[in-house]
Write a protein that binds this ligand. Structure first.
Ligand SMILES: Cc1cc2nc3c(=O)[nH]c(=O)nc-3n(C[C@H](O)[C@H](O)[C@H](O)COP(=O)(O)OP(=O)(O)OC[C@H]3O[C@@H](n4cnc5c(N)ncnc54)[C@H](O)[C@@H]3O)c2cc1C
Length: 135
């Protein structure tokens, strides 16, 4: 179960970064699918829901996926179906069920770097760039 004492709700990525620096034990809360498995009660969590990072779009000949886009958003994004034989779509579509994929985020999968993160080899195969704030 996901348990916390306080939820911090930044409105910008910069603000989220500053909160993360000040609250070193507070995890960034994305889809919460992994975080909720723990038994710990966090003193605070940093909710990323208002950071405007939930998008998948095509611009200037590239695909841009926001950290808060869900695996389901990517799975359904029409222009990605044919890109590189659908490698990115195939990377997410076998992960658990539809409800799960509609909650788990792309950023959460990349940041967690689990040995079983199916999306990471797919992103590497298409030479995706990962953009992080201040590294
Ligand atoms: C039961 C179960 C089975 C799973 N099976 C698979 C599988 O078969 N294949 C697969 O690929 N994946 C699998 N996953 C992992 C899943 O796809 C996601 O990677 C995972 O749920 C994390 O995404 P989230 O949005 O839920 O992140 P959260 O649970 O919210 O966060 C996870 C961690 O990442 C950090 N984080 C999240 N977003 C960011 C960000 N933008 N910047 C910095 N840090 C961030 C959080 O602070 C936290 O430490 C499974 C997960 C669960 C719970």
């Amino acid at each position: 179960m996901l348990a916390f004492m306080k939820v911090l709700q930044p409105k910008t990525v910069e603000e989220a970064y500053e909160l993360a620096v000040k609250n070193k034990t507070a995890p960034m809360l994305a889809g919460g699918c992994w975080l909720r498995l723990g038994r710990r009660t966090w003193p605070a969590v940093i909710d990323m829901a208002s950071l405007d990072l939930c998008y998948v779009r095509e611009e200037n000949n590239e695909f841009v996926i926001g950290a808060m886009a869900t695996q389901g958003d990517v799975e359904r994004f029409e222009p990605l179906q044919q890109f590189c034989g659908g490698a990115i779509v195939k990377g997410v579509k076998e992960i658990l069920g539809i409800q799960f994929r509609n909650t788990a985020t792309m950023g959460g999968s990349v940041a967690s770097r689990f040995g079983f993160s199916d999306i990471i080899p797919a992103l590497m195969a298409v030479h995706a760039d990962i953009v992080t704030f201040k590294g």
